[in-house]
Ligand binder design. Structure first.
Ligand SMILES: Cc1ncc(COP(=O)(O)O)c(C=O)c1O
Length: 384
């Protein structure tokens, strides 16, 4: 673990307090003990190594096939793996993007042609509010408590509702009955329902057939699917925009303003990863994340004041309640020892103080890296 030479970060070193989460993640990129970003950085499994070793053949295959065929194969394999059997198959209903953030930018620009406001889940990863605000949308916070248990008719009327499920960082999943209720509410209020399902691969509770529910509801909807959080593909990934019939937003036009399409090689590789996951790789990944979560919880079990706010989370990130300690001070103390996590304030985009006493750490890391990082976290929390 300690054999990497460490390069002190320079890129955003002046922009820590008040910086966004991605700036904090950038500081971590050169550290071996990076438990900051939620990207998949674990060792590839034997099955995944086979796909990686097949890349030269996949390159030849990808060069010789129509992109549409590769796209359909990758998207279909990915969504069937995750239980989304009613995904749309008609042309024009699925658009490939380089990443889910690019997909989100396209959604935001499209929404801004039709509305000036959106309700957005609170907390969530801060680049979602930043992108939506970046196109001039006014955001109304929708707390997880209200989303899961509140009276949906009391959500202020806006142009749409944006929900991350499973959520980042809390891991909370919108249940099937609640998705149905929300979609029906959006249909009756003529709001667009947008789902970011980037983390659904980690949690079987998020793998019921969302498209069946959405299609039945009659609402206008957009789903952002994302392969990028699941597999250690060195950030080769796709964000898919999946659109309802009659959406009434210029999503294809904005998409064509930004890109032509994604690499056929990436599509062919992702199909390979999805097929491996179907053969048992997904269950293996779930076991891996669960074991890493357990490792963290048991390593910090006797540290006074530490708690786990997301007891039911199965996602690849874990929040640690710090008691009276400040998330930012803890982050800074860890950084001096080359361990990078994330303070949780910025996830609470409408009220950062709510996240002041929490840290988020990534679990999709090689177990020795996580063990070493948690050892340092433990000694910092113990004041050593
Ligand atoms: C819920 C969610 N959606 C989208 C993104 C953006 O992903 P990417 O950086 O691959 O575009 C993130 C990043 O962590 C995220 O947490």
């Amino acid at each position: 673990v300690s054999t990497w030479s460490y390069t002190p970060p320079t890129a955003f070193s002046g922009a820590v307090a008040g910086g966004n989460l991605t700036q904090l993640e950038t500081l971590a990129l050169n550290s071996r003990l990076n438990v900051a970003d939620g990207h998949a950085r674990q060792e590839p499994t034997a099955g995944q190594m086979k796909v990686i070793q097949d890349l030269p053949e996949l390159f030849v295959e990808a060069s010789g096939k129509p992109v549409e065929e590769l796209e359909r194969a990758a998207f279909g394999a990915y969504l069937r793996l995750l239980g989304q059997h009613s995904f749309p198959t008609r042309p024009g209903r699925v658009l490939s993007c380089y990443s889910s953030s690019v997909a989100m930018e396209i959604v935001a620009r499209s929404l801004a042609t039709a509305t000036d406001s959106m309700a957005l889940i609170h907390p969530t990863f801060d680049n979602i509010p930043d992108i939506l605000k970046g196109v001039g949308l006014r955001l109304v916070p929708l707390s997880e408590a209200d989303l899961h248990h509140g009276d949906l008719t009391r959500i202020p009327l806006t142009g749409g509702v944006f929900v991350t499920t499973p959520n980042n960082p809390t891991g909370r999943v919108l249940s099937e009955p609640r998705l149905r209720e929300l979609a029906l509410s959006c249909a009756s209020r003529d709001e667009v329902l947008v789902l970011d399902t980037s983390f659904r691969g980690f949690d079987t509770r998020a793998q019921y057939d969302h498209y069946a529910v959405l299609e039945d509801s009659g609402c206008r909807w957009i789903v952002i699917e994302d392969t990028g959080k699941l597999w250690p593909t060195l950030d080769l990934k796709v964000g898919w925009l999946v659109l309802s019939e009659g959406l009434g937003l210029p999503v294809p036009e904005v998409h064509s303003d930004i890109l032509l399409g994604v690499s056929p090689l990436v599509l062919a590789m992702l199909r390979g990863f999805a097929e491996d996951a179907e053969r048992g790789g997904l269950a293996e990944l779930h076991r891996f994340v669960a074991a890493n979560r357990e490792l963290v919880r048991s390593a910090l079990a006797d540290v006074p004041g530490v708690s786990y706010p997301d007891t039911g989370s199965r996602g690849s990130v874990e929040r640690i309640g710090l008691g009276d300690r400040s998330g930012m001070d803890t982050w800074a103390a860890l950084q001096t020892r080359n361990v990078y996590a994330l303070p949780c304030g910025p996830f609470f985009w409408n009220d950062p103080a709510e996240g002041d006493h929490m840290l988020r750490i990534a679990l999709a890391r090689p177990t020795p890296v996580l063990t070493a990082a948690v050892e340092v976290i433990r000694s910092v929390l113990l004041g050593r």
